[in-house]
Design a protein around this ligand. Structure first.
Ligand code: FNR
Length: 384
């Protein structure tokens, strides 16, 4: 269908679901165990109410902001997600093209289905990218990737994902055939070998039994599960001068520890991996509220970004009101790609940008930096 006929994230997901392969759908849609966290990621936003003010001139409404010192036109970023070419041949470069027209930031996955060089090839001069790292058991592989990333001017920061030392149990993904050889990648990071029954992965994770193990499990083959704060950040400092954003923090304790590693660590992404790591882990909003309560100084020392469950502009505005600097979309971008390639991702960003703007105007706010706690009521979430 023409992309203009789609009005919200649900409609885009419905179209993508019909168009992508069964295997791609299962990989993208899946989350761990009972999908409790995946559902709650979105539901939590329904429990936060907005507090609109009146008699304010909102003729002009500007969505631009800055993230770790870089100007971006939207407070929305595309979160790192593996294997975009499962959705559409345009892949991660297609997502980059759509981000380019919106001045939106994109984080490239360690397990992208195209090389980082290809993805940033047609970047605008001021386009902002990050690259996400899963530290590999074979450190030499990660070091070689970092050497390549350091050479790419478009890549302004590194995202180190910490919430998935092993993959969660994603049952939709585990069902059905999905051998590594069929993945649309040539990445040396992806295991070519299939695990035998009873064997465990090099990182100690149990090997899933049926159907080749699921795409998620294949991708996690060589991921290190023994990372520690000091050792890993020291190792990283030897291989890159890029600012570091830690992704997958889910407690105020870890947010506080991260702040002790500033300025090497410039930010944190409160995330539960879209519900794909530990089921019944908290949504980012809960973690953000914890941080505000127990260690609000973290918000001064680090930029705090969030992701998970974003489907509406109002979700984005609520996260910004609570102090998030940027708000990530994972599946929404992949579904956009699956629904209509570059145009589909374009439509996804357009809908979310328009909804965010409408929300801010109806709230009586003309600038992202003017959003604050005064615009929301989180009592229901705090009672839970
Ligand atoms: C992810 N995510 C992810 N995160 C990461 O750090 N590296 C990765 O390679 C991937 N891969 C990946 C694949 C797919 C198919 C999904 C859906 C997600 C997690 C992602 O960055 C983000 O945290 C969530 O997707 C956010 O939740 P929503 O927006 O999907 O609800």
């Amino acid at each position: 269908p023409p992309m203009e006929s789609l009005y919200n994230m649900d409609e885009i997901e419905q179209v993508a679901t019909k168009q992508v392969s069964r295997k791609a759908w299962a990989y993208y849609y899946s989350a761990s165990d009972d999908l409790t966290t995946k559902r709650f990621n979105n539901e939590v936003y329904r429990s936060i109410l907005l507090r609109p003010r009146v008699f304010i001139d909102v003729t002009k409404c500007d969505l631009s902001t800055s993230v770790i010192g870089h100007k971006v036109s939207l407070p929305i970023f595309v979160a790192p997600a593996a294997m975009a070419r499962l959705a559409h041949p345009a892949g991660e470069a297609g997502i980059a093209a759509a981000c380019r027209s919106f001045g939106a930031m994109q984080v490239i996955s360690n397990n992208a289905s195209m090389s980082p060089e290809q993805i940033v090839e047609n970047a605008a001069p001021d386009q902002v990218f990050g690259w996400q790292l899963y530290v590999q058991v074979d450190r030499k592989k990660s070091e070689a990737m970092l050497a390549r990333i350091n050479k790419l001017k478009a890549i302004k920061f590194l995202v180190l994902t910490l919430d998935a030392p092993v993959p969660g149990k994603r049952e939709d993904d585990l069902r059905g055939d999905s051998t590594a050889s069929k993945l649309p990648v040539s990445s040396s990071l992806v295991a070519k070998k299939e695990a035998k029954k009873g064997e465990s992965l090099p990182n100690g994770a149990p090997v899933p039994k049926a159907g080749g193990g699921g795409i998620g499990a294949q991708l996690f083959w060589g991921t290190e599960a023994s990372l520690t704060w000091k050792e890993t950040l020291l190792w990283l400092s030897k291989h890159t001068a890029l600012p570091i954003i830690l992704k997958g923090l889910q407690t105020h304790e870890d947010a506080y520890i991260a702040s002790l590693y500033a300025p090497q660590v410039k930010g944190i992404i409160l995330s539960n991996h879209g519900g794909r790591a530990l089921d019944t882990a908290p949504p980012a909003i809960h973690t953000l509220l914890e941080i505000r309560k127990y260690c609000p100084e973290v918000l001064e020392k680090l930029e705090v970004w969030v992701d998970g469950g974003i489907r509406r502009g109002t979700d984005i505005v609520k996260a910004l009101c609570l102090g998030a600097r940027a708000v990530g979309i994972g599946r929404a971008a992949l579904w956009g790609l699956g629904a209509g390639g570059v145009e589909g991702v374009h439509r996804t960003l357009e809908i979310l940008a328009d909804e965010t703007k409408t929300c801010m105007q109806l709230l009586g706010v003309g600038k992202v930096e003017d959003l604050g706690l005064q615009h929301i009521n989180t009592r229901i979430v705090e009672q839970q």
